[in-house]
Write a new protein. Structure first.
Length: 244
């Protein structure tokens, strides 16, 4: 029984941190990512311990353990619920099929990682330590891989893809600027500064005049913050809905 409790706490800690990271991504809370991971670890380990103890008590020590599988699926449902309830949104997810697929990703990833870790736990109880280490390292690698993928997705879109989205948003914003409403954009170059932030240059023409602007873009799930500055002119800032 204590083994199930401690194993459940470990799996809950691992999956809780992963779920905290995923929820920060889906709910567009990148500034609080470490707080989200910490909350996931603390709550996850406590609930995991209780689930591990309950699973062994209900099913018995002689039955093949499914502690990690149960924890993985239940925890994987949390970010999916955020999408279903409209609490979270993933930028660029315009297709309904992609959205539906993402809803099922959380439980599926939890099922996969949990099943692998359960086999590690079962092997250790049978004193098959080579198998236990092998399954354990595989499960940890899967969890780390999922965390790295989420972290990568949190970094924002490719600068070239974002430039195509910024183009019409910038023209729309300029319609409210009398001196820029007739501007034609010729080229937008962006580079990823870090996190949500991008910077670059915009080449434009107004009539026969060629103008160049410095551009700063901050990406959120539903909006783009655009800030542009023409040489020797004041900064102009506006928040543009990205249509999500």
């Amino acid at each position: 029984m204590p083994q199930g409790l401690f194993f459940g706490a470990f799996v809950g800690l691992l999956m809780g941190g992963l779920v905290g990271l995923a929820c920060c991504w889906i709910c567009d809370l990148q500034e609080f990512v470490w707080l989200g991971i910490l909350a996931g670890v603390l709550v996850g380990s406590l609930v995991g311990a209780l689930l591990g103890k309950a699973e062994r008590r209900i099913r018995g020590e002689l039955v093949r353990p499914d502690i990690a599988t149960i924890i993985g699926v239940l925890y994987g449902i949390v970010p999916s619920l955020a999408l279903l309830l409209g609490i979270g949104e993933v930028r660029g997810l315009r297709s309904g099929l992609l959205w539906l697929g993402l809803v099922f990703v959380g439980p599926a990833v939890g099922l996969l990682i949990g099943a692998i870790l359960d086999r590690a736990y079962e092997a250790s109880r049978n004193n098959s330590w080579l198998w236990a280490v092998g399954f354990g390292l595989t499960g940890l690698a899967a969890a780390v891989g999922a965390a790295l993928l989420i972290t990568k997705l949190m970094q924002g879109p490719d600068p070239r893809e974002l430039a195509r989205e910024v183009w019409p948003a910038l023209l729309k914003a300029w319609q409210w600027q009398p001196e820029l409403k007739n501007a034609a954009i010729r080229k937008i170059n962006l580079v990823h500064v870090g996190g949500r932030e991008y910077s670059g240059l915009v080449d434009t023409e107004i009539g026969e005049r060629a103008l160049k602007f410095r551009l700063k873009v901050v990406v959120y799930a539903r909006t783009l913050d655009l800030e542009w500055k023409r040489i020797d002119e004041r900064d102009l800032t506006i928040n543009i809905s990205s249509g999500h």
